[in-house]
Write a protein that binds this ligand. Structure first.
Ligand SMILES: C[S@@+](CC[C@H](N)C(=O)[O-])C[C@H]1O[C@@H](n2cnc3c(N)ncnc32)[C@H](O)[C@@H]1O
Length: 257
């Protein structure tokens, strides 16, 4: 796990104390984080999965151990996680079903793999968007995309809309005091989402789950704080920035009304 920024934060923390200071369960290919468990739910039974940015390879290995998928590719751009994924695959005796490749983004996918689902999880939404955009040539358009961005959901949804992907399912979940989103999409021809739908998620706006509403209540408090900091700032904050936050506050207030 390599990066400490919010968007690239390592989401699996073996033996880390949980939010209440107690020891959590050891997370590995047998015990996934709740976040990866929810991602796993959206992988179709019998899929041929490409898990891009697989790190230890926990997701494809867990799914294969459960007999939930037919085959997988675990793609990693960095050497240390690439070796870690190889180790997880070997230790579980899954070398013939899971191929680990050192590759940038979707370049891990080869035509003969017959991939039917692609998961890209635990990265910023912009990073996921860039991986999809620069790797379009590796997609047939038939794959289900299961994306779990850590922030940057709006630009990711924008990319999906611009590229003819319909958002089928969305989820918000809270784990270790972080809100995570899962976005599941499939290519289905032209689709139009409003600016608010791109911001909140079209499916989530309809479903209004308790986790979704709590997330936006927290966000609203943060944004009010930001606006009051702006008002007290020594140096004038650019008007455009103030207006952007003020618009978000209006949208969130309407959503929660
Ligand atoms: C924070 S980890 C997430 C691991 C796992 N997907 C999860 O959700 O628990 C992000 C991983 O993505 C990898 N990564 C980042 N950019 C990538 C890219 N362009 N192609 C392949 N892997 C990438 C990093 O090396 C890192 O191992």
């Amino acid at each position: 796990m390599h990066g400490i920024a919010r968007h690239n934060r390592a989401p699996i923390r073996p033996q880390a104390p949980d939010a209440r200071g107690e020891k959590g369960p050891q997370l590995n290919e047998q015990t996934l984080s709740m976040r990866l468990e929810r991602v796993a739910v959206h992988v179709p039974a019998g899929a041929r999965l490409a898990d891009i940015g697989s790190d230890h390879g926990y997701l494809p290995v867990a799914l294969m151990r459960r007999g939930a998928i037919a085959a997988a590719v675990a793609g990693e751009v960095a050497l240390t996680p690439y070796h870690a994924a190889n180790r997880t695959v070997c230790e579980n005796g899954l070398d013939s079903q899971i191929t680990v490749r050192l590759a940038n983004g979707l370049a891990a996918i080869e035509p003969g793999d017959g991939i039917t689902a692609v998961s890209i999880c635990g990265m910023g939404g912009e990073t996921i968007r860039d991986i999809l955009d620069s790797g379009k040539a590796y997609l047939s358009g038939q794959e289900r995309l299961i994306l779990q961005p850590n922030g940057g959901e709006q630009p990711l949804r924008q990319w999906l809309m611009d590229n003819g992907y319909r958002i089928l399912c969305e989820e918000v979940l809270r784990e270790n005091r972080f809100d995570y989103e899962i976005i599941v999409a499939e290519r289905a021809g032209p689709v139009i989402y409003t600016a608010e739908e791109l911001y909140f998620g079209p499916v989530q706006m309809q479903a209004r789950s308790p986790a979704f509403l709590s997330k936006w209540q927290r966000k609203l408090r943060q944004k009010h704080k930001t606006l009051s900091h702006f008002a007290r700032a020594q140096q004038a904050v650019p008007e455009e920035k103030v207006q952007d936050i003020a618009r978000e506050v209006r949208w969130i207030t309407q959503l929660l009304a």
